[in-house]
Design a protein around this ligand. Structure first.
Ligand code: CP
Ligand code: NVA
Length: 307
């Protein structure tokens, strides 16, 4: 049976551990210059309704390195832009390609594509989730810290798609998560509720605070993202005001652990959610984070396309 990756919540702890192990192996092979063509002759469709640098390029390069090819499709290129239904599009694409990555606004669109497609569908970001980002972030954290269980991750800023997926990821691998978000900008309630229920089963601790300094105390990892995500451009001015106390700057870094890792999924709005000093500073691992999208997504493609 085909398997999709629509949210991190679709995965078990074991799935995540397997993806991380495989990411590490594929990264080593790539660094040794070893070719590893597990997906020869396979085609990856990429349907993107939002801009992308990292996700697009890392998936395109990733499938190529595995011996396959990518076909990049925008809304305007497809007949979907002229009224063909999502269901028909999914059914037709399934006759040509072997997997589909989708970046769109509504989570429902990805779900509908997945429902009608007979091939695996991967969520390459929606307004609510960004699973590929978070899986590769878990790989990056594991690479740097040698463990995940028991670490304290502090996310400062908007309770957006990245925050939602971080909650789902952290609770599955035992990372304790403290979020500092302004009132009204918290992550999705159902996701927080599920994460809190996990705690009862011996999972990780999750809390949402208002005070970023308090939230960052003793953190192993500080993570932030833009204050206005794609699609929220009209709220930008308002958000700049609301979020101004939530900037990750050297004051915040000082209260975290001395060996804190600073993470940002990128693209960053420098001088807003993070200062130049911090994003370019010695604790920042944002470029390793960006690189690891490639390795982890290759592991995801293998997991979904070779079964
Ligand atoms: N982090 C991330 O998904 O970046 P892109 O929007 O450039 O793909
Ligand atoms: N939260 C951001 C992430 C970009 C990778 C957005 O959705 O625009």
């Amino acid at each position: 049976m085909k398997r999709d990756l629509l949210t991190v919540g679709d995965l078990t702890k074991e799935d995540i551990e397997n993806i991380l192990k495989r990411s590490s192996l594929l990264k080593e092979k790539q660094e040794r210059g070893e070719t590893h063509c597990s997906l020869i002759g396979k085609s990856l469709g990429m349907f993107f309704e939002k801009a992308s640098t990292r996700t697009r390029v890392s998936f395109e390069v990733g499938i190529y390195q595995l011996g396959g090819q990518a076909i990049f499709l925008t809304y305007q290129d497809l007949q979907i832009g002229r009224g063909e239904t999502i269901a028909d599009t999914a059914r037709v694409l399934s006759r040509y390609i072997d997997c589909l990555v989708v970046r769109t606004f509504s989570q429902k669109v990805v779900e509908e594509l997945a429902r009608y497609a007979t091939i695996p569908v991967i969520n390459g970001l929606t307004d609510i989730h960004h699973p590929c980002q978070v899986l590769s972030d878990l790989f990056t954290i594991f690479e740097k810290k040698g463990r995940l269980n028991g670490l304290k991750l502090c996310y400062i800023g908007d309770g957006n798609n990245v925050a939602n997926s971080l909650i789902e990821g952290a609770t599955r691998v035992g990372i304790n998560l403290t979020l500092a978000c302004p009132d009204g900008y918290e992550p999705l309630k159902e996701i927080v509720r599920e994460a809190i229920a996990e705690k009862g089963k011996g999972g990780s601790h999750i809390e949402i605070l208002r005070d970023p300094l308090k939230a960052a105390e003793g953190a192993d990892i500080l993570y932030t993202d833009v204050w206005a995500s794609m699609g929220q451009e009209s709220e930008r001015e308002k958000r700049l005001k609301v979020f101004s106390p939530y900037q990750v700057n050297s004051k915040i870094v000082q209260v975290a652990k001395p060996d804190v890792l600073v993470m940002h999924c990128l693209p960053a709005h420098r001088g807003e959610e993070i200062t130049d000093e911090v994003i370019d500073g010695k604790y920042s691992i944002v470029l390793d984070q960006a690189e690891n999208r490639l390795h982890t997504q290759k592991a995801i493609l293998e997991m979904l396309m070779t079964n």
